[in-house]
Design a protein around this ligand. Structure first.
Ligand code: GUN
Length: 286
């Protein structure tokens, strides 16, 4: 059996076209959505992600502000930057690229972002609201994955969703979103014993662990939907996910490729959150 390859690039592009139209409508009414991205240091992977976010926001007609700070920046300077962006009426979304250098308290920085501009959905107020099902900004990778599941017609209600990885950015919010759609959710992580006993029960398997090709066909139930959040380099330096795509695709009902699966959806949801923030703010004064 050959599975459906979930085309996140195409799905993301389709949603971005819709976002572009809504951005144009807002601009006509005198309100241009603005996204500010703050990057600390020169980490190559972070630079690539940030440049992608900047390009994508410009492509849909948003204002984009990139703030690059040296790796030696003090916590106070970083907090001052966030405060300036909090006060800037032309900025509707603020994202501080993670990880931050060890001398900076990541939680303090996240909490300094106005919850109304927290398009990453990382602020405790937004995380709390999401858990109790209130409108909030939801973390972009999990909401992008929900969109992929919906668009591929994957049934969620009553199904067993197994999440491998428990990060605040992906694993934890992912489980909450699936729970809200009535999945039975199991969290697995680096200390889970007999991982395959759990993953083999998954109707929906979400993998976000950062280990190249760790999940093999032996971990998978026939007919599962497999979502690969990993972004690694294999032994030949080629981009690959946490899932061994070539073998798993023979067993799964549907699977995301790396690249071109989850990645494009994360950026798309960031744009959607920024649009939502601008729509909300601007409707208050238009
Ligand atoms: N680092 C890796 N992924 C993300 C993300 O989605 N948002 C931010 N701010 N940093 C990240």
């Amino acid at each position: 059996m050959s599975s459906i390859i979930i085309d996140g690039k195409a799905i993301g592009e389709k949603i971005r076209k819709e976002i572009k139209i809504d951005v144009e409508r807002l601009i006509e009414r005198g309100c241009r959505p603005g996204l500010a991205v703050v990057l600390v240091g020169e980490d190559q992977a972070s630079r690539t992600y940030v440049s992608n976010k900047e390009k994508s926001s410009k492509a849909v007609g948003m204002k984009s502000e990139l703030v690059v700070l040296p790796i030696t920046v003090s916590q106070k300077e970083l907090l001052d930057t966030v405060n300036r962006l909090n006060e800037d009426p032309t900025i509707h979304g603020i994202l501080v690229q993670l990880p931050l250098p060890p001398h900076i308290d990541e939680n303090k920085v996240i909490q300094s972002i106005s919850p109304k501009k927290d398009v990453d959905g990382f602020h405790p107020e937004n995380v709390g609201k999401m858990i109790i099902g209130q409108t909030s900004f939801v973390s972009c990778t999990p909401s992008g994955i929900m969109e992929l599941l919906e668009q591929t017609g994957t049934e969620i209600s009553g199904k067993h969703a197994v999440i491998v990885g428990r990060s605040n950015i992906v694993g934890k919010p992912m489980g909450q979103l699936l729970l809200q759609k009535d999945a039975t959710v199991t969290y697995c992580h680096s200390k889970t014993e007999h991982l395959e006993d759990f993953t083999r029960q998954a109707d929906i398997l979400i993998v976000a662990i950062g280990h190249a090709k760790y999940i093999t066909a032996d971990h998978i139930k026939e007919g599962a939907t497999v979502i690969d959040v990993g972004m690694n380099r294999d032994e030949n330096g080629k981009l690959c996910g946490d899932v061994d795509f070539e073998t798993v695709k023979e067993k799964a009902y549907a699977i995301t490729p790396v690249p071109g699966g989850v990645g494009p959806m994360t950026v798309t949801m960031l744009l959607r959150n920024t649009l939502k923030s601008a729509q909300f703010t601007c409707s208050n004064y238009i």
